[in-house]
Design a protein around this ligand. Structure first.
Ligand code: NAD
Ligand code: UDP
Length: 343
C-alpha cells in the first residue's frame, strides 16, 4: 500500500512515517517545511532502513498535488499538514482558514481528480470546546462545534466537510481522528518534537526547563476544580498515536463499501500539570522549578478521552505510560538540545 503523507516531516507525521515504513508501506511525503526540518525525514529513513519519496511543496498548490498523484498509484492519504498554534490562530485567523481549511479542500479536490478516496484526517480534541465536568470522559458523540479559536473551528469545519463528502459519495473511506495531547518521542532519541521559539505546550516547555534552556515553568492556574488544582489533560505517547494511524489505515482497507470513522485517540486517563512535572523529574533525574501563575485565557480545566471506540474498532490501545512519555521526551531533549538544529 502506497500512502501519501502531507505534513510528514512534522512531529506526529515523522513518527507515523517511521511506523509506516517499518510496517512495509510505501510512503510519499509532501511538506513545505514551514514548521519542520528535512533532517527529521533523513533520520526517519535511517531508523527504518528504508527510503521514502519527498516532495517539497504546499498542499494549497493544486499543481504540486496533481504531480504527486500522477506518480506511482497512491492508495490512501494521511493529512497532517496544517498550522496548530491556538494563540496564533486567534491573531491570524485567515492564515489558519487558508492553510487548514482551504488546504484540505484543495487536497480533497486533487484526490477526486486522481480517484483516490481513502483519507485519514488529523482532527483535535479542541472540537469539543469547553466540556462540562459531566461530559467527561469525552465520547465521540459528545457535543462539538462550540469552539474557542480559529484553529479549533478550522478542524471542526473540515470534519463537517468530510461528513458531507461521505454523505454524497459513500464509497469514500474517511477517518477523522481526534487527538488528545500528543507528547514523547521515538525511544531512540533520534526524532521528537521540535518547536520553534518558545514552546506553547507543556511537555516541550518542561523539557527545556529540565535541560537548562529556560529557568522555570509557569503553571497556568492552581485553582481549577481538579485533584491538585492544576489543569488536567489526556497525554498520549506520539508512538501510540503513530501506531493508531497504521491501525486506522488497515481498518479502512477492509471497508470496501466506504466508511466515515470518527475516533478519539487518547489514553482515557487525565493527568494534571503537577502530575506531569513529578513524572518528568522522576524519569529525567532533573529538577523542574516551577511557579503557579494566573490561568491562561481560553484554557479548560480538564478534558480526557473515552477511547473505547478506537480500541474496539481498530484493536489498538495506547499502551505507553506517563513515565515512558517523559523518559522518551528527555532522551530526545538531552541528545538534541536545539532540536534538529543540533546536528
Ligand atoms: P507539526 O507542525 O509538527 O507538523 C505539521 C507539518 O505540516 C509540518 O511539517 C509543516 O511544515 C507542514 N505543513 C503545514 N502547512 C503546510 C502546507 N500548507 N503544505 C505542506 N505542508 C505543510 O504539527 P504536528 O504536531 O505534527 O500536528 C500534525 C497535525 O495534527 C496538524 O494538523 C495538527 O493540527 C494536528 N494536531 C496536533 C496536535 C498536537 O498537539 N501536536 C493535537 C491535535 C491535532
Ligand atoms: N501549561 C502550563 N504551562 C505551560 C504550558 C501549558 O501550565 O507553559 C498547562 C496548560 O494550562 C494546560 C496543560 O498544561 O493545563 C496542557 O497545555 P498544552 O498547551 O500542552 O495543551 P492544551 O492546553 O492545548 O491541551
Amino acid at each position: 500500500m502506497h500512502v501519501l503523507v502531507t505534513g510528514g516531516a512534522g512531529y506526529i507525521g515523522s513518527h507515523t512515517c517511521l511506523c509506516l515504513l517499518e510496517e512495509g508501506f510505501s510512503v510519499t511525503v509532501i511538506d513545505n517545511f514551514c514548521n519542520s526540518s528535512p533532517e527529521a525525514l533523513r533520520r526517519v529513513q535511517a531508523l527504518a532502513g528504508r527510503s521514502l519519496t519527498l516532495i517539497k511543496g504546499d498542499v494549497r498548490d493544486a499543481a504540486t498535488l496533481d504531480a504527486a498523484f500522477a506518480g506511482p498509484r497512491i492508495d490512501a492519504v494521511i493529512h497532517f499538514a496544517g498550522l496548530k498554534a491556538v494563540g496564533e490562530s486567534v491573531a491570524e485567523p485567515m492564515l489558519y482558514y487558508d492553510n487548514n481549511v482551504a488546504g484540505t479542500f484543495n487536497l480533497l479536490q486533487a484526490m477526486q481528480r486522481a480517484k483516490v478516496s481513502t483519507v485519514v484526517f488529523s482532527s483535535s480534541a479542541t472540537v469539543y470546546g469547553d466540556p462540562a465536568p459531566e461530559d467527561l470522559p469525552l465520547e465521540e458523540t459528545s457535543p462539538t462545534g462550540i469552539t474557542h479559536s480559529p484553529y479549533a473551528t478550522s478542524k471542526w469545519m473540515v470534519e463537517r466537510c468530510l461528513a458531507d463528502l461521505h454523505t454524497a459519495q459513500p464509497q469514500w473511506r474517511i477517518a477523522r481522528l481526534r487527538y488528545f495531547n500528543p507528547v514523547g518521542a521515538h525511544p531512540s532519541g533520534r526524532i521528537g518534537e521540535n518547536p520553534s521559539g518558545t514552546p506553547n505546550n507543556l511537555m516541550p516547555f518542561i523539557s527545556q526547563v529540565a535541560c537548562g534552556t529556560r529557568p522555570m515553568l509557569s503553571i497556568f492556574g492552581g485553582d481549577y476544580p481538579t485533584h491538585d488544582g492544576t489543569g488536567v489533560r489526556d497525554y498520549i505517547h506520539v508512538m501510540d498515536l503513530a501506531e493508531g494511524h497504521v491501525a486506522t489505515l488497515k481498518y479502512l482497507a477492509n471497508r470496501p463499501n466506504g466508511d466515515l470513522l470518527t475516533l478519539n485517540l487518547g489514553t482515557g486517563q487525565g493527568c494534571s500539570v503537577l502530575d506531569v512535572v513529578k513524572a518528568f523529574e522522576a524519569a529525567s533525574g532533573q529538577t523542574v522549578p516551577y511557579q503557579i501563575v494566573a490561568r491562561r485565557p481560553g484554557d479548560v480545566p480538564a478534558y480526557y478521552a473515552d477511547s473505547t471506540q478506537a480500541q474496539e474498532l481498530l484493536h489498538w490501545k495506547a499502551k505507553r505510560t506517563l513515565h515512558d512519555m517523559c523518559a522518551d521526551t528527555w532522551r530526545w531533549q538531552a541528545a538534541n538540545p536545539k532540536g534538529y538544529a543540533s546536528e
